[in-house]
Design a protein around this ligand. Structure first.
Ligand code: 8YV
Length: 332
C-alpha cells in the first residue's frame, strides 16, 4: 500500500513552482485565488492539516491551535513572525519557522532606497511634476536633506540593520550610530563602522533614523510623540520594520508641525489600512510593505518556507526553526 502523503495548507497565493515542489511531498490545499480568510475560516481550512505555509497576514495563536489539534508546523514566508504567538505554539508543541538570511540584502537595499527617496524628496517632487506644476527652476525647489556624510542612526542592529549600516558607511561616507538590545561584538562594529549609543543619543544625533527592530509588546510605539520631539527638526525617519513600532498618529502630527523633516514608511499600524492623516501630509513617502519584494528574493523566501515544511514533516528537521525546543519534545 502506498503511504498517504501528509496534508498541508498553503494559506496565500504563492509561486507555482513552489506549489509544485510541495505537491511532490504533500497533499496540498492551496489558495491561488488569494482569498483573505478570517481566523474562523482559516481554522476551517486547517482541519486535518499537519502543516501550514503562512505569510505575515495569518495569525497563529492559542485560539487557532486549540481548534487545529493535528497541526504540527507553521512555516512563515517572512523573517518577522509577530503573527505567531510563539509561546502558545511551543506550549502546543507546534513548530514555527521563518525565512531569515535570504532577504537581508534586498531589504537593506530598500531601506536605503526609502531613505534616499525621503531625504531627497523624490516622491513629493514627482507628484508635483506629474500634476503639471513645474513651470520654472527655483533655488530652493525640493531642497532636501544631505545623505552623504550625514549621521545614519539605526534602531535594531540585526542582519538587516547591519546591511544598512554597511551601505551608509562604505557607500555614502555616513557616520553610523546604532542602538540595539545588545551591543554588537567589536569585529562586527568595525565592519559596519558603527558606534553603539543610548536610544536618547540616537534620537538626538541621527540625521536619518532607520527602524529595523522586531515588533513585540516592548517595541510597541518605540517611536511616539516624546521620541519624535527628541529628534532634529531636519531629521528623517524610515520604518521598514513593522507597523506599531511607530505611533502613526503622532508621526502625522510631527510631520505637519515640522517636529521632523520627513518620513519614509513601508509598514503601518493596522496595514493595509493607513492612518488617514499620513495620506494627506506631503513630506512622507509611503510604500505598501515591499521591502523584500524582488522576484528573486520573494522566490527564495517561498522556497525556504517550503523547505522548512518538507524538512520537518519528511525528515524531522527544519532549516530555520523559531522554537527548536519543540523538535526535541514529544510531538503532540
Ligand atoms: C514579508 C516582511 O514579505 O519578512 C518580513 O518580515 O516583512 C516581508 O518580507 C511580509 O511579512 C509578508 O510575509
Amino acid at each position: 500500500m502506498i503511504p498517504k502523503k501528509p496534508k498541508i495548507l498553503v494559506a496565500r497565493a504563492v509561486f507555482p513552482e513552489v506549489l509544485a515542489k510541495l505537491d511532490t511531498h504533500f497533499e496540498v490545499q492551496s489558495n491561488q485565488d488569494d482569498v483573505l480568510w478570517t481566523p474562523e475560516k482559516l481554522a476551517q481550512q486547517l482541519q486535518g492539516k499537519v502543516g501550514v505555509f503562512t505569510t505575515g497576514s495569518q495569525r497563529v495563536d492559542a485560539a487557532l491551535l486549540a481548534v487545529c489539534p493535528e497541526l504540527k508546523v507553521c512555516a512563515n514566508m517572512a523573517v518577522g513572525f509577530n503573527n505567531f504567538d510563539l509561546a502558545a505554539m511551543t506550549a502546543a508543541g507546534v513548530l514555527g519557522t521563518n525565512t531569515p538570511g535570504v532577504l537581508t540584502e534586498t531589504t537593506a537595499d530598500f531601506g536605503f532606497a526609502l531613505l534616499m527617496a525621503t531625504a531627497r524628496r523624490i516622491a513629493e517632487s514627482e507628484r508635483f511634476l506629474r500634476a503639471g506644476l513645474w513651470n520654472r527652476w527655483r533655488y530652493d525647489m525640493f531642497a532636501g536633506g544631505e545623505v552623504h556624510g550625514s549621521t545614519l542612526g539605526i534602531l535594531g542592529m540585526g542582519r538587516i540593520g547591519q546591511g544598512i549600516a554597511q551601505r551608509g558607511a562604505h557607500g555614502f561616507g555616513m557616520k553610523v550610530i546604532y542602538h540595539n538590545r545588545s551591543r554588537l561584538d567589536e569585529a562586527t562594529e568595525a565592519q559596519c563602522k558603527a558606534r553603539f549609543v543610548s536610544k536618547d543619543e540616537l534620537l538626538a544625533q541621527a540625521d536619518h533614523l532607520v527602524l529595523v527592530l522586531p515588533y513585540s509588546e516592548s517595541s510597541h510605539h518605540a517611536i511616539g510623540q516624546a521620541e519624535l520631539s527628541q529628534m532634529k527638526p531636519t531629521a528623517t525617519l524610515i520604518n521598514i520594520a513593522r507597523g506599531g513600532i511607530v505611533d502613526d498618529a503622532a508621526l502625522a502630527v510631527a510631520l505637519k508641525n515640522g517636529t521632523i523633516a520627513a518620513a519614509g514608511l513601508d509598514v503601518f499600524e493596522g496595514e493595509p489600512q493607513v492612518h488617514p492623516d499620513l495620506l494627506t501630509v506631503p513630506n512622507v513617502v509611503l510604500t505598501p510593505h515591499i521591502a523584500s519584494a524582488t522576484q528573486a528574493t520573494r522566490l527564495a523566501m517561498a522556497h525556504l518556507a517550503a523547505d522548512n515544511l518538507i524538512g520537518f514533516l519528511c525528515r524531522g528537521k527544519a532549516l530555520t526553526p523559531l522554537n527548536p525546543e519543540v523538535l526535541s519534545a514529544t510531538c503532540r
